[in-house]
Design a protein around this ligand. Structure first.
Ligand SMILES: [Zn+2]
Length: 605
């Protein structure tokens, strides 16, 4: 459809704003809304149309000079028919007749339909959004569907923006929509919270993914002043959301970490944010020694961080990690000692840090101070967000002790996903020592707070670590500690590593019966190392015989046939003959078993 150039639309609207009484504008708007403008066409600078109010009037609007506009009605001044045509034109061009009427009658910006443009900055947009969509969450009683429409419409407003600016607009817009989702969730019926959490999370998930995509497409540092202004505004907005106690639907902490991970190279912004978070942490009673020192590099700063808040005298446990920070988290005992060192966190409830149970140096005293989620229990979601953010910046600074110390305060059930993220980052960076620290931390926390999903992640990390560093025993060692829960993972891992003896030992140790094994796995081991399966089948035979009864004997014979093949494959037929002879003798009085043995026609007689 033909459109007037934007400056002509502007001129037209300005002429109307200055030259037409509000009541006439309103009448024109009413005519248009009543469907009384059936025809409209744009040719060059002129809008042609027909307006029908009992009589049909032909109207022309001259966009260059409203004074040349005409209508066939008897009205001498600019008439309501002209206004009606203007409204129809505005909507056909993507505007909003209601908004235009409001601006024309009540005053306001005439840029487009009152929307801010790319140059107006993020604040103007957020304000426009709030005015227009700020209450949509009230309509989300049952579903977030109304927000889907809002997202489409709001994003559409930046359709014609330059791509870079459009992406910034969208980054902000998605956040604004997610905030609406939070408000809707907070306002949902508490009796059905669980339902709403599931339903709303599912609806919002694609928006979250969309936001992360937009983030990935954004450059690592702002390309110019305008972009920087947008990014800073969005960052501040994101922090506010992450710290908002009312928001309980989405993982704003993960979005926050993803954001600053992406902009890690934007030095002054990172430093600024790091400082803000450090101050917030101090305000909730968590001494941020790393920030005070100005730099938080490695062991030095972390030792300081652990000791901070503890009175110097009570730092005996802390001195363990201070003296040998590299050992913290590697062996079990020093990990617990480190946890005690960290227990100096005053939190919001525990005002006296010296009371935090750091008196003993023994591992037991230390672990007592560090058992189930010590600081976490009293942490609000805001405090959790602050410590998670702090942990992230410490992690980025290479201060892993400090990061672990901060994460230890947070409720593990909630924040283990962040810990996993840190571990995965170490894996990507190829930093085995740091990976080990984080995996041990996950492991240690899991011992205190069982969580199936977190354990699954730990096992996945174990596998990945073993794949990348097959010579290091860490992955398999941790997996072994999680038996029997890790049985399936470990069993598969052994096979894929070709560690068949370990595989067979595992089956024996776990009391796995041959019939419960994966048939493919069994075939492979039977082919490559048949002798490893012998104990497994011997035990199966014994168990089957012990169960007595015909069914048991049949099972026993089935296993014996398999044993026979395995002995042959292993080249130990002698040993088999000896065994089966003894077997018959030993069970000579079990007549039913003897019968089954005869049917089976085993060799060795
Ligand atoms: Zn007229």
């Amino acid at each position: 459809m033909a459109r007037l150039a934007d400056e002509r639309t502007d001129r037209l609207l300005r002429a109307l704003q200055n030259g037409m009484p509000p009541d006439r504008l309103s009448r024109g708007h009413a005519l248009y809304r009543a469907g009384r403008v059936p025809v409209m066409e744009v040719v060059m600078n002129t809008v042609y149309g027909a307006v029908h109010d009992g009589t049909v009037h032909a109207v022309t609007l001259d966009a260059d000079d409203m004074a040349y506009s005409t209508c066939t009605c008897p009205e001498e001044e600019w008439c309501a028919h002209m206004a009606a045509l203007v409204f129809r034109y505005c909507e056909s061009a993507g505007g909003d007749a209601d908004a235009v009427l409001k601006i024309l009658t009540e005053g306001g910006s005439l840029d487009g339909d009152g929307m801010p443009g790319p140059a107006d900055g993020p604040e103007a947009w957020a304000e426009w959004f709030a005015g227009r969509f700020g209450d949509v969450w009230l309509e989300c009683r049952r579903s977030l569907h109304p927000l889907q429409l809002v997202l489409q419409e709001a994003k559409g407003k930046a359709r014609d923006w330059p791509p870079g600016m459009r992406r910034l607009h969208w980054l902000q817009t998605v956040l604004l929509v997610l905030e609406q989702a939070e408000l809707a969730y907070a306002g949902s019926d508490p009796a059905n919270r669980y339902y709403y959490q599931l339903a709303f999370t599912r609806s919002a998930e694609p928006w979250v993914q969309h936001w992360l995509e937009l983030l990935r497409e954004t450059g690592p540092v702002p390309a110019g002043e305008a972009e920087e202004r947008w990014l800073r505004a969005i960052a501040a907005r994101l922090r506010e959301a992450a710290l908002n106690e009312r928001y309980g639907l989405l993982r704003w902490d993960e979005l926050y970490v993803a954001w600053w991970d992406h902009f890690a190279g934007w030095r002054d912004a990172v430093l600024g944010e790091r400082e803000v978070i450090g101050r917030l942490a101090e305000a909730i009673g968590y001494a941020d020694a790393g920030a005070r020192k100005g730099s938080a590099s490695g062991a030095d700063a972390s030792a300081g961080a652990s000791a901070a808040g503890t009175s110097a005298a009570s730092a005996s446990a802390a001195s363990v990690s201070a003296a040998d920070p590299s050992a913290a988290g590697i062996s079990g005992t020093s990990a617990t000692a480190a946890s005690a060192a960290g227990a100096s966190f005053a939190g919001t409830s525990a005002a006296d840090p010296s009371a935090a149970g750091i008196s003993g140096t023994s591992a037991t005293a230390a672990s007592a101070a560090g058992t189930p989620d010590p600081g976490a229990l009293s942490l609000s979601s805001r405090e959790t967000a602050i410590l998670t953010a702090l942990a992230f910046f410490r992690f980025r600074d290479g201060d892993h002790d400090g990061a672990i110390d901060a994460m230890r305060r947070t409720p593990f059930r909630h924040t283990w996903t962040i810990v996993r993220r840190f571990a995965e980052r170490c894996l990507e960076d190829g930093d085995f020592d740091m990976l080990e620290r984080w995996m041990r931390f996950l492991h240690e926390r899991l011992r205190q707070i069982r969580d199936a999903a977190a354990l699954k992640s730990l096992l996945a990390l174990c596998r990945a670590a073993d794949e990348r560093w097959p010579e290091r025993p860490l992955g398999i060692r941790l997996m072994r500690e999680w038996l029997p829960l890790s049985y399936g993972e470990l069993s598969t891992l052994y096979l894929s590593r070709g560690r068949l003896r370990d595989w067979a030992d595992l089956q024996l140790a776990m009391g796995i019966r041959p019939e419960d094994l994966d048939a493919g796995h069994l075939r492979r081991v039977a082919k490559e190392a048949p002798e490893l399966l012998l104990p497994l089948f011997h035990r199966a035979v014994d168990e089957a015989v012990r169960s007595r009864g015909r069914a048991g004997y049949r099972a026993a014979v089935r296993h014996l046939k398999r044993l026979e093949k395995l002995y042959r494959a292993a080249g130990r037929q002698e040993r088999w003959r000896e065994f089966i002879r003894q077997f018959r003798t030993r069970h000579a009085r079990l007549r039913a078993l003897q019968e089954e043995l005869r049917y089976a026609n085993l060799t060795g007689d």
